[in-house]
Ligand binder design. Sequence first.
Ligand SMILES: [Zn+2]
Length: 179
Amino acid sequence: MAVRNLSTPQGPVVQPRTALQLIDTLPTSLVAALMRHAHRRSKADRQRETWLIYFGDVRIGTIGLRAGVPNSAPQWGWSCGFYPGIDPGEHRSGIAETFDQARADFLAAWEELAGTRTEADFEAWRRERDWTTWKDQMHDLALPLPTQRPEGIARCFCGEVTTRTLDAHVRTAHRLTAA
Ligand SMILES: [Zn+2]
């Protein structure tokens, strides 16, 4: 999956697939086969043709090829918003003929949404991200959470004993650094 930070002004946008980039270096006999392969894969890969858009370290939306739409329909879709931090009812989305149009629409929507945000909204998203990541790690290690213990105490994978104040522990000890 591709990650692109739209706040960095860089040219265009849709990167050619690696497979297609290789074509120039391959013997001609292989090119046709590879083209067919690339073509056959393209539909299945549509879900993966998605750009994740970050504002700083906060993921604020996506732009991607729409899956399962006829060729005559707009091929690109975008969505803008993050949760928690922006009420789902305020999230925006749309469709567009081209990636550049989708990006322009996205940025217009983001400018409006961003204008009504405070740092606390971004922080709410980061805390949720950190909490979810931590909880998943505990789960993967089959470690109980304090809330799953009768005495309300459990040990974190870092070795520290956590109690019901574990929200503070995650915030101080397991804060993820910016991407
Ligand atoms: Zn810990």
